[in-house]
Design a protein around this ligand. Structure first.
Ligand code: C2E
Ligand code: CA
Ligand code: CA
Length: 497
C-alpha cells in the first residue's frame, strides 16, 4: 500500500497525541513521585524532630538521674548539717586506711572529739543555736587539719578526725592543742557569745597490736572518756590500761539496756509528808537498778536510758503501769519523774490507756518535769503538759532553784506543785538572805496557787525555817529514805492506823 501524505499526517497526529498523553502522564507521575518524596521528607523531618526531642528528653532525664544519684550519695555519705563526712563514710574510709596501714606499713592517728557543755547550750538556747554552733565548730576543725585528713561528724556533738601518715606524737599533740584552743573561742550567734569546749581521745595506729578497725574507734573513744573524766577540755592518748575500764562500761551499758526485760529495775518509793503533822500524803517513785545484787543509783543509768528514747519510754511506762495497777489499794498520791523526751503524744496515749484499764483517780498521779528539760522544746512541752493537766493529772515543776530558773515557766505553764530543790533548802540555813529567798519563793508559789514540796530535808533545824503550812509538804531523809514497795506498804499501813 502506498503511504500517502495524509496518512503520514494522521500518523503524526496520532503520535503527537500519544506523545502528549505520555508527557501528561509522565508529568503527573513525576508530580506524584515529587509528592511522595515531599511527604517522605516531611515524615523524615518529623521523625528527626521526634528523635531530637526524645534525645533531649533523655539527656534531661539522665542529668536528673545523675543529679539525684549525687544527691542521694551526698545524703548517704555526708552529714546534712555540717557537710562533713558522716558515720558511714567515716567507717568505710577508716577501714581502708586501716588496711592500707597494716599492709603497706603506713601510719595514721584517730582523734575522737566530743564537745563539752554542748547539751547545756542546746537546752538553754534551743536547737537552732546548737546547729549553728556545730557548723562553726566543723569549720574550725577543717581549718586546722590538712586537706586530705578526714573530718567526720558521727552524730550529736561527736566528731572524728583521721590524720594520715602521722607517727610523730609531738605533731599530734600540737594539732590537738590547737583544736581545743580554737574550738573554745567565743562563737557569736544572734548577738550572743556562746562558748563550748572539747575533749579529745587519741589513738595512734600501732601495727603490732592485734585488732580490727572497730577497735581503733573504741580506743580513741576510751581515751576521749578519760579526757572527760579528768576534767574535760584536754586530750588524752590511749594506753592499754584504759581498756579494762571501758570494757566494763560497755558491758554496763549493755546490761542497762536489757535491765527491764531481765527484771532488774525496781521502783523505790520515798514518802512525802505533811509539814503540819508529818503524815504520809504521797510518794515519789524513784527507780533503782539491781546489778549483781548491788543497788545502783539512777544518776548513773538514767542518762544512758535517756540516750535512747525508746528505752526511757519503756521504763517510764512500765513504772506508771506498775504503780497504777495497785493504786486502788492506796489513798495517797504517787509522783513520777518524766524525762522531757517523753513529752509527746505517746505519753497522752499511754495515760489514756491506763485510765481505761485501771481504776484510779488521775489527780493522785503527779508528773514531775524539770525546768532544764523544758527549755529544749517549750511549745511542744507545754502543749502536752496542758493536755495531761486537762485529763486531771497533776503537774510538778521539779528541782526548782537549780540551773536556769526561769519565771517564764511558771507563767507559761500552770504547774500544780513546785518542788524546791535540796540545794535551796541547804543554802537557806547559811544566810538570812537565802532564808528570805526561800520564804519569798514559798509565797510566790502560794500566790500562783501552787502547792510546795521542799526536797531533801535532812536535819531537824531545817524545819524551823518555814511555818507549818497545809500548802507545804516535805520530802527528805529526815523523814524517810526511798524504800522498796513491800517496806513502803507496811509503812503506810502502820501510818494510817
Ligand atoms: P530527783 O527527781 O530530784 O529525786 C530526788 C532525789 O533526791 C532522789 O535521788 C532521792 O533519793 C534524793 N533525796 C531525797 N531526799 C533526800 C535527802 O534528804 N538527802 C539527800 N541527799 N538526797 C535526798 P535518787 O533516787 O538517787 O534519784 C536521783 C535523780 O535521778 C532524781 O532526782 C531524778 O532526776 C532521777 N530519777 C530517779 N528515779 C527516776 C525515774 O524513775 N525516772 C526518771 N526519769 N528519773 C529518775
Ligand atoms: Ca523528782
Ligand atoms: Ca528533785
Amino acid at each position: 500500500m502506498e503511504i500517502t501524505k495524509d496518512m503520514l499526517v494522521d500518523e503524526i497526529k496520532v503520535l503527537q497525541k500519544a506523545a502528549k498523553l505520555h508527557a501528561k502522564y509522565s508529568i503527573s507521575q513525576y508530580k506524584r513521585v515529587l509528592n511522595i518524596v515531599d511527604e517522605l521528607e516531611k515524615e523524615k523531618s518529623l521523625l528527626e524532630e521526634k528523635v531530637k526531642q526524645r534525645t533531649n528528653h533523655l539527656e534531661v532525664e539522665i542529668a536528673q538521674k545523675e543529679d539525684l544519684t549525687n544527691k542521694l550519695e551526698k545524703i548517704a555519705k555526708y552529714d546534712q548539717l555540717t557537710g562533713l563526712a558522716n558515720r558511714y563514710l567515716f567507717l568505710s574510709e577508716l577501714e581502708l586506711i586501716y588496711q592500707e596501714a597494716k599492709l603497706l606499713n603506713k601510719t595514721f592517728s584517730l582523734l575522737f572529739l566530743d564537745l563539752d557543755g554542748f547539751k547545756l547550750i542546746n537546752d538553754t538556747y534551743g536547737h537552732d543555736v546548737g546547729d549553728v554552733l556545730l557548723k562553726v565548730v566543723s569549720k574550725r576543725i577543717k581549718a586546722i587539719v590538712r586537706q586530705d585528713d578526714m573530718v567526720a561528724r558521727l552524730g550529736g556533738d561527736e566528731f572524728t578526725i583521721i590524720l594520715r601518715n602521722i607517727d610523730d606524737k609531738e605533731k599530734v599533740k600540737k594539732i590537738s592543742t590547737l583544736l581545743i584552743e580554737e574550738i573554745q573561742k567565743a562563737i557569736q550567734i544572734n548577738n550572743l557569745d556562746v562558748y563550748v569546749g572539747s575533749s579529745i581521745g587519741i589513738y595512734m595506729f600501732n601495727k603490732h597490736e592485734e585488732q580490727t578497725y572497730h577497735d581503733v574507734i573504741s580506743k580513741a573513744d576510751i581515751a576521749m572518756y578519760e579526757s572527760k573524766k579528768a576534767g574535760k577540755g584536754i586530750y588524752t592518748f590511749f594506753d592499754n590500761t584504759m581498756q579494762k575500764e571501758v570494757q566494763e562500761l560497755t558491758i554496763m551499758k549493755h546490761k542497762i539496756k536489757h535491765a527491764l526485760e531481765d527484771g532488774n529495775f525496781i521502783n523505790y518509793f520515798q514518802p512525802i509528808v505533811s509539814s503540819v503533822n508529818h503524815n504520809i500524803l504521797g510518794a515519789e517513785v524513784l527507780i533503782r537498778w539491781q546489778n549483781n545484787g548491788k543497788i545502783i543509783s539512777p544518776d548513773i543509768f538514767i542518762p544512758i536510758l535517756e540516750d535512747d528514747i525508746s528505752l526511757i519510754k519503756d521504763v517510764t511506762f512500765w513504772q506508771l503501769e506498775q504503780v497504777v495497777s495497785v493504786m486502788y489499794k492506796h489513798n495517797i498520791f504517787f509522783s513520777f519523774n518524766i524525762s522531757a523526751k517523753l513529752l509527746h503524744n505517746e505519753l497522752i496515749e499511754k495515760l489514756e490507756e491506763l485510765i481505761q484499764k485501771y481504776e484510779f483517780e488521775p489527780s493522785k498521779i503527779h508528773l514531775e518535769v524539770t525546768e532544764t528539760s523544758l527549755s529544749t522544746n517549750m511549745v511542744q512541752a507545754s502543749n502536752i503538759l496542758l493536755k495531761v493537766k486537762n485529763m486531771g493529772f497533776r503537774l510538778s515543776l521539779d528541782d526548782f532553784g537549780t540551773g536556769y530558773s526561769s519565771l517564764a515557766y511558771l507563767r507559761e505553764l500552770s504547774f500544780n506543785i513546785l518542788k524546791v530543790d535540796k540545794k535551796f533548802l541547804d543554802d537557806s540555813t547559811k544566810s538570812d538572805k537565802n532564808r528570805k529567798l526561800l520564804l519569798a519563793i514559798i509565797n510566790m508559789a502560794k500566790i500562783l496557787d501552787m502547792k510546795i514540796i521542799l526536797e531533801g530535808i535532812e536535819e531537824n533545824h531545817q524545819l524551823s525555817i518555814f511555818e507549818k503550812d497545809k500548802y507545804i509538804k516535805l520530802q527528805g531523809f529526815l523523814f524517810y529514805k526511798p524504800m522498796p514497795y513491800d517496806k513502803f506498804t507496811n509503812l503506810i499501813e502502820a501510818n494510817t492506823i
